[in-house]
Design a binder for this molecule. Sequence first.
Ligand SMILES: Nc1ncnc2c1ncn2[C@@H]1O[C@H](COP(=O)(O)OP(=O)(O)O)[C@@H](O)[C@H]1O
Ligand code: SF4
Ligand SMILES: [Mg+2]
Length: 358
Amino acid sequence: MSSIPSSAERSPAAAPEPVLSVRHLRVEFPTRHGTLVALDDVSFAIAPGEVLGVVGESGAGKSMTGNAVIQLLEPPGRIADGEIHLQGRRIDNLAEDDFVPLRGRHIGMIFQDPLTSLNPLFSIGDQLIETLRTHLPLSEKQARERALALLSEVGIPAPETRLDSYPHQFSGGMRQRVVIALALAAEPELIIADEPTTALDVSVQAQILALLKRLCAERGTAVMLVTHDMGVIAETADRVAVMYAGRLIEIGPVNAVIRAPQHPYTEGLMASIPAVEHDLERLYQIEGAMPRLAAIPPGCPFHPRCPHAQARCERERPDLMPAGQGQAACWLHDPDDPLPRRAGSEKARPRRENAHER
Ligand SMILES: Nc1ncnc2c1ncn2[C@@H]1O[C@H](COP(=O)(O)OP(=O)(O)O)[C@@H](O)[C@H]1O
Ligand code: SF4
Ligand SMILES: [Mg+2]
C-alpha cells in the first residue's frame, strides 16, 4: 500500500523554514551628540534558494543590514534590539569566537571589490584549497579536485592552468567569479552579496548575476543581494525589500513591485529602470535627498519628499502594512483609514540623468 497521503489527507504545504530571519532589528551608533539610529525595526526573511534584493539610495542602510547579520558592524555601531536567526538558530547574540565559524561555512560573503576577498600574495588555488580545508574534512588532493570543479562551475576556462595564478592576473569579472567560487566553496546556506557587480562593466554584470543566481538556485542557497541598482534587482531577485533612512518601507515579489510599486518612494525608484519607465504613467522624479541619520524627520521619514504627504504623515510613523502583493509602510494603505492620493501630484516625468547613482 502506498504511504503517500492523498491530496485530501495532506496538510497544507508548510512554508519552508527561512534560512535567514531578521526580526525588528535596530542598530544604533552612540555619538557625543546622542544616539544615531541606523536601522529601525527592520524585519524580513529569506527562504532556501530565494534571492532577496535589498535596494535603496546610498546611505539607506542596506550594507548596515548585511553587516549586522554577519556581525561586522563598525564600532561603536551595535545591535540595540531585535533578533537574527540562521536556520532557526539565534545568531545575533553569539560571541565573536562562536560567530567566526559561521562566516564562510554557513554564511558566504561577496563584496563590491573582489580584491577585499582575495589575498594578493597567494594563488587562487591555494586560497580555494585553504578555504575548503578550513571548513570541510577534505584531504589536500580532494580539496584540489573540488577547487578545480568550482572554478569550472563559475566559468573560469582551463581551470587547471589557472589554479596557480594570482588575483592580479585575472580581469575584474574573472576575479569576481573566483570570489563566488570561494563564497560557495563550503556550501553555505546563505550568501550576502553587497553590490557584487557595481564595479564591473554592464556586459560582465549580467553574466556574473546570472551565474550567482543559477549556482545558488541549484544548491538551494538563500541570497541577500544588496544593490542601489533597481535594474540588477529586476534581473536577479525573487523578492525585493526597499530601504529608506534605515527603515524597510516596501517588500514584495519583484515583478509585482516593479509593475505596481505601492510606496511613493518605490514609485520614484522605478524611474531607474528604463524599460519600466515607459509602462508606468505615474512615475515622477523624487526631489530632495534622503535625510542624514541625525535628522530623520518624525512621522513618515519620507514625508518631506512625498507628493502625497499630508498632516498625518508628519505626525504618525507608518509600519509595514499589506499593500498590493506585499507590504508597504505608507498611510495610503491604512486598512482602516487609507489616506487619499493627492491628485495632480504625479504628473512630472522622471529626470533620467539622476536615475542611476554611481
Ligand atoms: N561607522 C559609522 N558610523 C556612523 N554612521 C555610519 C557608519 N557607517 C555607516 N553609517 C551611516 O549609516 C547609514 C547607512 O549606511 P549604509 O548601510 O552603508 O548605506 P547603504 O544603503 O548605502 O549601504 C548611512 O547614513 C551612513 O552614513
Ligand atoms: S505615509 Fe504619507 S508621506 Fe509617507 S509615503 Fe505614505 S503618503 Fe507619503
Ligand atoms: Mg552599501
